[in-house]
Design a binder for this molecule. Structure first.
Ligand SMILES: [Zn+2]
Length: 404
């Protein structure tokens, strides 16, 4: 009997120790205080409340002057993320033309390596619901960054530029400052040692700041130009890149706008740039384009980089060089097909200038200067940085071959 009691006591003690051990191993749960919506990747006006263990409800804020346009859900978990799997119930209290859950999001422990994460109700570009749920896998680090598509903060762009600037083929132009005082960069990529008057001049820019896949596409293009494969084309081309027309946006989670709440794609003035009639940053970018057009190397073709459903989808309003100084559009299509074994880019379509859209960057520059403009959409399901960069390489390689 005595032995039996001793044995039971022993088992009881072991169980207690095991429970204490287990508890010391389980992570501290996340609290509201761990979330920061005001960093380089932010979401202006978002509020968060606890629902249950590692389960929170978030109400996004909205774009300036657009109570019905939710900001994208971007934040940093400052601490205690490791070992926790997070669930967010996100609810926007207005009906919205532009929902927060059109695209997938990404998370990262270092702000560099991004892992896609999808909405529970996610369907590319056809989800108009005002509430959705996002469940993250167990985090592997204590700090976690979350952002729209695969995000690029303004500070990330600055870091990229610091690296790119080391190349003798890259010139960094600061063409103006945003409303909140951030630099608006135009990078010029060319071989400065060759005669410039005989060069093709390509211009690539991103209007909607939440469309980061389009920005990664442009990163792929620029990196290809600086690679051994692309360098030769720099002798006969100048390539301008504006990665962020609205650099104030990533820290606020604005999808389409600048600080004045103006849709950045609908901010062109074909009659000429005007400080009083345009969004501040759009005016700076158009004025800069006008100065390029008046220079000895005017822009040949202007690529307006966006994201939308499907693969990358270029839609061109042809300028005078198409089919005359360079090959036909069918030849351009064939070049893309040849360079695109993964089918990342759709065949180039064409459209005609519609003056009703002359206030858009997609039509305005053609209306003003008669140059080739290309609205480059798509990539909504290219969830990773790599895939988006690859699509940019296909495009840039094909542009180089077509215009060579
Ligand atoms: Zn867009």
């Amino acid at each position: 009997m005595r032995i039996k009691i001793q044995f039971l006591l022993f088992v009881f003690l072991c169980s207690c120790l095991f429970l204490i051990f287990c508890q010391s191993q389980s992570p501290v749960e996340l609290s509201v205080d761990d979330f920061d919506f005001n960093g380089p990747l932010g979401s202006q006006g978002a509020t968060i409340t606890k629902v249950a263990r590692n389960h929170f409800k978030v109400i996004p804020g909205h774009a300036p002057n657009h109570p019905d346009w939710p900001n994208m859900l971007q934040f940093r978990i400052k601490d205690h993320a490791k070992g926790n799997a997070l669930r967010l119930d996100v609810e926007f209290n207005q009906s919205s033309e532009y929902p927060f859950n059109d695209y997938s999001y990404s998370w990262s422990c270092d702000g560099k390596t991004w892992h896609p994460v999808h909405w529970k109700g996610y369907q590319v570009n056809i989800n108009n619901s005002n509430s959705d749920v996002m469940v993250f896998p167990e985090f592997t680090g204590n700090t976690v960054y979350v952002g729209h598509q695969a995000p690029i903060a303004y500070e990330d762009l600055q870091q990229f530029i610091t690296e790119w600037e080391k190349s003798p083929y890259v010139k960094v132009n600061i063409i103006g400052k945003s409303i909140e005082g951030r630099d608006i960069y135009r990078l010029e990529v060319t071989d400065m040692g060759t005669e410039s008057s005989k060069k093709w001049v390509h211009h690539f820019s991103n209007q909607h700041p939440g469309e980061h896949y389009a920005q990664w596409r442009m990163v792929g293009m620029l990196e290809w130009l600086l690679s051994d494969a692309g360098r030769d084309y720099l002798k006969s081309s100048i390539n301008h890149f504006i990665f962020m027309m609205s650099p104030d946006a990533p820290s606020h989670g604005w999808y389409r706008v600048n600080g004045e709440g103006v849709d950045m794609n609908r901010s062109y003035r074909y009659l000429g740039s005007s400080e009083t009639e345009q969004a501040h940053e759009a005016y700076i970018c158009q004025k800069d384009l006008e100065s390029l057009m008046a220079s000895e190397n005017p822009v040949t073709d202007l690529w307006i980089m966006h994201t939308w459903r499907g693969a990358v989808e270029p839609i061109m309003i042809p300028g005078p060089e198409i089919g005359t100084q360079v090959g036909t559009l069918s030849e351009f299509r064939e070049i893309i097909i040849k360079n695109d074994p993964l089918l990342l880019v759709e065949p180039i379509k064409t459209e005609e200038l519609d003056m009703a859209n002359s206030g858009y960057w997609t039509h305005g520059p053609h209306a003003q200067f008669g140059i080739t403009t290309v609205l480059c959409e798509g990539a909504a399901t290219f969830y990773t940085v790599e895939k988006n960069k690859k699509s940019g390489i296909v495009l840039m390689k094909s542009i180089a071959e077509y215009y060579h």
